[in-house]
Ligand binder design. Structure first.
Ligand SMILES: Cc1ncc(COP(=O)(O)O)c(C=O)c1O
Length: 377
């Protein structure tokens, strides 16, 4: 019975060009991945600074795992609340200008814990319609009243606030949007926050580490609660919330995804402190990333492509899902890999090719990619 249901649903996905069959990656070597034994330049990773393949980090991480061993073997609420984790959390909080921080095994889990833990029925959550799926899922679990506003439209957010805000109101948005690649409109947003006094929750997964002086992304200026992930610019895995001390205490008592899940091991905490040192000194990598991203965006514009993106995430607008998929497949033959982002990752019929720039790329990679894409057109 279930098998037939699944088969029918999969077939309809295929017909709509929305079927997902990820490429098999044989191996990864720096900026390259191997797909069907073909070496291609990877423009589909979030390794913005190239730290995910950094040898110095690999060595430190290996040593940390040898010293502290493999697993925490329990939740923070049982015997996994190692003091070194709390120490690392304090270090992250200080670095980004917050009172405290809380680590999670993934950003998805952090968002589930944050929204389902901190909010409940009768609270009002206003969210940018393009926030990440994990924020949406967390908000659904919270049972709060949720109101979407148009992507990055501060005027629409204000209209919705006027109509629907309640005593406990929070706004949920991203600092650098994961698919559109645009920054939040910081000045307008800050003015609105001052006017209405809402709690500001900012998912900064794509900006922390990669943007601004020392990679801080000025998150402390716009957020009461910030979300960061170690799996992107930090080149590792796991995630962190930046938050007031009372919020952390509350989550320890009420957030099911934290209470009932095995904590990250001690070696992870020591490793992320090592990585923070490297992030703090990576201004040169951030500069390379910025310059290459500008080159990519301008180059694509010059060739007549419609592109979005204010930084290292650049989206080429394709519209039709099947066309986006076919272009991404054809680019593999030409030596480049880029994600075709389709519904429901992006709105229906608004498929894009999502380029993730990294400091590992070169000018030649950028120019080669643009030429390859133009040939296909
Ligand atoms: C904006 C945003 N938040 C959260 C996440 C989830 O992070 P993780 O991959 O660590 O689960 C992602 C992942 O892509 C993301 O783009």
């Amino acid at each position: 019975m279930f098998t037939e249901r699944f088969a029918a649903k999969l077939l309809s996905k295929k017909k709509e060009g929305l079927y997902r069959k990820p490429v098999n990656v044989g191996k990864r070597r720096g900026k390259y991945i191997y797909i069907n034994n073909r070496k291609v330049v990877n423009f589909a990773s979030n390794d913005y600074l190239g730290l995910g393949v950094d040898r110095e980090i690999s060595e430190k991480v290996s040593q940390n795992f040898l010293k502290y061993r493999n697993s925490s073997s329990s939740s923070r609420l049982v015997s996994g609340n190692f003091s070194i984790i709390t120490e690392a959390e304090k270090e992250y909080a200080n670095y980004f200008g917050f009172c405290d921080a809380l680590f999670f095994p993934s950003g998805y889990q952090a968002n589930l814990a944050l929204f389902s833990g901190l909010f409940s029925s009768k609270d009002s959550l206003f969210f940018d319609k393009h926030v990440h799926a994990s924020c949406v899922k967390g908000m659904v679990l919270s049972n709060a009243d949720c109101f979407g506003y148009n992507h990055n439209s501060i005027s629409h957010l204000e209209k919705r606030l006027i109509d629907k805000r309640s005593e406990y109101t929070a706004v949920v948005t991203e600092s650098l949007f994961s698919m559109d690649g645009d920054f939040i409109k910081k000045e307008e947003y800050t003015a609105l926050r001052a006017k209405y006094g809402f709690l500001s929750v900012i998912d900064a997964a794509h900006s922390l580490g990669a943007v601004g002086e020392k990679g801080c992304g000025q998150i402390d200026e716009i957020a009461d609660v910030g979300v960061g992930t170690f799996g992107k610019a930090f080149g590792f895995f796991g995630a962190f919330l930046l938050l007031p001390a009372k919020f952390k205490e509350y989550l320890f008592n009420f957030a099911s995804p934290l209470i009932y899940s095995t904590a990250l091991p001690e070696a992870h905490a020591v490793s992320v402190m090592d990585i923070l040192q490297i992030i703090s000194k990576a201004d040169e990598k951030r500069c390379i990333l910025k310059d290459l991203s500008v080159r990519m965006k301008h180059g694509l514009n010059d060739f007549g492509f419609k592109v979005k993106g204010d930084a290292h995430i650049i989206s080429i607008i394709m519209g039709n899902s099947a066309k986006a998929l076919k272009t991404s497949q054809d680019l593999i033959e030409k030596g480049y890999f880029v994600l075709s982002a389709r519904y429901p990752t992006v709105p229906f019929n608004k498929a894009v090719l999502r380029i993730g720039m990294t400091a590992l790329h070169t000018k030649e990679d950028v120019d080669g990619f643009i030429n390859a894409l133009s040939d296909l057109r």
